[in-house]
Design a protein around this ligand. Structure first.
Ligand SMILES: [Zn+2]
Ligand SMILES: [Zn+2]
Length: 356
């Protein structure tokens, strides 16, 4: 699901040696796999090892910059893939149809049959309804921007270790003139979209390059997890800056209120616990890797380990959530000490559609 493609494999014929101008046959093996961005900056090409060594003092600063860019890009894609897995394996929406109308995907829930207190609140993710991978990503990302940062916070902290100069969060309003967008369809074709604000991260690398990290942008048609900040700014109306960790704190605070919304949030909490254990286990099985080491591996090894880890996390979450997490609303209420009858009297219980 990684959305930032690595650079094309080196091919000779189209490049001149950066040192002598002859026909080049290979790109710098250290930085050649960096994703290509709109700035068109890419690895340098050489005809032989002599020219590569001779050019090193000149190439070194660019090489370091590209390596840092590649690490951040890998970190962003990895976290985004983890989030998609997290959400797919803890789906709590009974989706019955997805329709496309005026560039907007309407996700139709099953409003006819309410959730029952003693029936599972989890539903297999409706993969059959997903028209393609981009629709699936949009649905998995929908209304989840703060949740994604909350559940991925510790993973992001580890991945970014020693990589950045500055990191913060931003709340933005997305321009959606020509992009596909994902909304939840309610009774009578009404659309559940009160708030257009979207939450992203802003990372300044030590090289000075600044990037937007958007894990859940797919709901607005933005599928790339890492985008140069200036480019991202052209797709939004305005950004309000927050300290890194704000999204996590907002959800944490939300959980302190003992209402229906926070009770249902406990589903994600349960999944979050399993996620942490499963990811730790996956890294251990991948040879005792740490997250900072993972994104520093050479390209083929990185791809292989990343696939292995993502598969393990998905299988782990798939098996463990059903076995070890409370799955009915009543079980959750008992485990987390909520007053269920008071909660059922709240207005929200009818809106969300819960019946005893
Ligand atoms: Zn040369
Ligand atoms: Zn290089």
């Amino acid at each position: 699901m990684a959305s930032t493609a690595p650079a094309d494999p080196p091919s000779s014929g189209s490049h001149a040696c950066a040192h002598c101008g002859a026909l080049a046959v290979f790109a710098c093996p250290v930085c050649r796999d960096t994703p290509r961005l709109d700035d068109k900056v890419e690895s340098k090409w050489y005809c032989d090892a002599y020219c590569q060594t001779a050019d090193w003092p000149d190439h070194r600063p660019l090489c370091k910059k590209l390596i840092a860019r590649r690490r951040l890009s890998r970190a962003a894609d990895f976290v985004q893939s983890l989030w998609y897995i997290f959400k797919e394996e803890s789906n709590d929406h009974r989706v019955v149809d997805i329709t496309l109308k005026d560039s907007v995907y309407h996700v139709h829930g099953d409003v006819a049959s309410p959730h029952r207190l003693d029936k599972s609140y989890r539903f297999p993710f409706p993969n059959k309804l997903m028209l393609d991978e981009s629709v699936k990503q949009a649905v998995l990302a929908h209304t989840m921007c703060c949740h994604a940062f909350y559940h991925m916070h510790d993973t992001i902290v580890q991945l970014l270790k020693d990589l950045y100069d500055d990191v913060s969060e931003a709340s933005v309003v997305v321009k959606n003139e020509c992009k596909k967008r994902c909304v939840r369809s309610l009774i009578g074709g009404q659309v559940d979209e009160v708030d257009y604000r979207h939450h992203i991260m802003k990372v300044k690398l030590k090289s000075g390059e600044v990037y937007a990290i958007d894990i859940t942008g797919a709901q607005y048609g933005f599928h790339r997890a890492m985008v140069p900040w200036a480019e991202y700014m052209s797709t939004i109306h305005g950004a309000q800056n927050y300290a890194f960790g704000t999204a996590r704190d907002v959800i944490r605070e939300r959980l302190r209120v003992r209402d229906l919304e926070s009770l249902l949030e406990r589903y994600n909490e349960e999944t979050g616990l399993v996620f942490k254990t499963t990811l730790t286990e996956a890294l251990w099985l991948a040879g005792g890797l740490s997250l900072p080491r993972l994104i520093r591996l050479p390209e083929p090894a990185f791809r292989e380990k990343q696939t292995q880890i993502l598969r393990h996390v998905q299988a782990g979450l798939h098996n463990a959530t059903e076995l070890s997490c409370p799955v009915t609303i009543r079980q959750l209420a008992v485990k987390h000490n909520y007053n269920l009858s008071a909660i059922m009297r709240q207005r929200g219980s009818r809106i969300i559609g819960i019946a005893s």
